[in-house]
Design a protein around this ligand. Structure first.
Ligand SMILES: Nc1nc2c(c(=O)[nH]1)N[C@H]1C(S)=C(S)[C@@H](COP(=O)(O)OP(=O)(O)OC[C@H]3O[C@@H](n4cnc5c(N)ncnc54)[C@H](O)[C@@H]3O)O[C@H]1N2
Ligand code: MOO
Length: 400
């Protein structure tokens, strides 16, 4: 249950959807900008796109072969060949303009316009040349192998609504609709900071008890996937002065995303700073891993504090930060559980799972420091608070 911090008065133990909504409410409206398609990957459409042209732009062939009249070819099967006279050729960009009569055909190529008078296609694999001017068909020509003008979309049709995230296929569609530029929401500027005296840049020598800064690398990539502009900050040591210095450097950002220093320890300084000198929107989420996450602000800068444990920071990013940054709901699949999954009485669990042959099984080691699991598992299995999951049950699954 959500409670209130006795001194701070802020909510504690919020649900995952509450945490997401509170973060979204703190993010500024970034405004819009118009970009060439190639620069818009990962952004969200701010203005709907309609079709400026029809696709296909003409009724055309879906195969290389001949175009003819279906009715002329219905008798064709492997023993009884149908013979047609070839009167010309239609190529993509170089169509045949005459009218094709009964008993005639035109050689045609994929994407080439169908000549007037024809309504069906027979592919080259089903044709035998009979001299230079005739072909024999081993089976009837098919109207299904014709693509009709505007069957994909017609000029003027509203095709892509505002709010759509520009994935690779959607960028390709925008181009096919006839747009060279798109109006998208500006990228949020997210400053990224890892904290902790034990955290060392990859490649440096590692002393006993130290750990490489894997969170920074993983979070940077995930922010890029969300279409954000990343401002990497220098790692902050565990002193209030170092942390305040980093927060000051993040001043112009739309959000500061941190890792570490949010739990119950004496050196969990981000938590102390937000509670003592900033504002807190919530502390702790009813989830595992990732329970100690914190959201707040410091001198007008929204700050989301991810837990330092590598798995926890990734899972919180997936289920709270990403949907809030992109405005896109979590994509879930419903799959059959091949094994049981542990239930927690007062937290939603996001266990690492492996999807295999259409089912999902428990990955095994579920410790929040087991970074290797993030590469070997391919799913998060959602087990709601107090909700037992046995083998054979259907479960919600988030793809990693
Ligand atoms: N007494 C309690 N202790 C802990 C609790 C609790 O409720 N009571 N919660 C545990 C949970 S759950 C988590 S998650 C962690 C989160 O702790 P912090 O966010 O304060 O993180 P740190 O203590 O700074 O580090 C935790 C762990 O992660 C490693 N780490 C930190 N930064 C990085 C990085 N950039 N890259 C890779 N690994 C990193 C760090 O070395 C620690 O091993 O608290 C539990 N404790
Ligand atoms: O929730 Mo912590 O994130 O379990 O390790």
């Amino acid at each position: 249950m959500t409670t209130t911090h006795p001194e701070g008065g802020f909510p504690m133990f919020v649900s995952v959807p509450q945490a997401r909504d509170l973060l979204r409410a703190l993010l500024p409206d970034p405004g819009t900008e118009t970009l060439p398609l190639a620069a818009a990957y990962g952004r969200t459409l701010a203005k709907a796109l309609d079709a400026r042209v029809s696709h296909p732009s003409a009724t055309e062939s879906a195969l290389d072969g001949i175009a003819c009249r279906e009715a002329d070819t219905l008798a064709a099967f492997s023993e009884a060949l149908v013979r047609l006279r070839v009167v010309g050729e239609s190529r993509a960009g170089l169509p045949y303009s005459g009218e094709v009569q009964s008993g005639e055909c035109v050689r045609i190529y994929t994407g080439a316009p169908l000549p007037p008078g024809t309504d069906a296609i027979c592919p080259v694999e089903q044709l035998d040349d009979d001299g230079p001017d005739h072909v024999c068909l081993r089976r009837p020509a098919r109207p299904e192998d014709v693509r009709h003008e505007g069957s994909d979309f017609s000029a003027g049709e509203a095709v892509m609504p505002a709010g759509l995230r520009l994935t690779a296929p959607r960028l390709a569609l925008a181009a096919a609709l006839g747009h060279a530029e798109v109006t998208v929401h500006r990228a949020l500027r997210v400053a990224l900071l890892s904290t902790g005296d034990e955290v060392v840049a990859p490649g440096e020598p590692l002393a006993r008890g130290q750990v490489y800064d894997s969170n920074r690398v993983g979070l940077h990539a995930m922010l890029r996937e969300c279409g954000c502009e990343v401002i990497p900050l220098d790692h902050a040591a565990d002193t209030p002065a170092a942390l305040q210095q980093a927060l000051t450097e993040a001043g112009g950002a739309d959000l500061l995303l941190t890792s570490g220093g949010v739990s119950m320890g004496r050196y969990d300084l981000l938590r102390d700073l937000l509670i003592g000198e900033g504002q807190v929107a919530f502390w702790k989420v009813r989830m595992r891993p990732g329970g100690p996450a914190i959201l707040g602000g410091w001198h007008g800068l929204p700050i989301f504090g991810l837990p330092g444990n590598p798995v926890s920071s990734l899972v919180v990013f997936h289920v709270i930060v990403r949907p809030a940054l992109t405005g896109q709901p979590l994509q879930m699949l419903r799959l059959r559980a091949a094994t049981a999954f542990r239930t927690l009485p007062d937290k939603t669990a996001f266990w690492r799972g492996v999807i295999d042959s259409g089912e999902v099984r428990d990955y095994g080691a579920q410790g929040s420091g087991m970074l290797r699991s993030l590469s070997e598992a391919n799913a998060l299995v959602v087990v709601p608070e107090g909700h037992p999951v046995n083998a054979g049950d259907d479960v919600d699954v988030i793809l990693l």
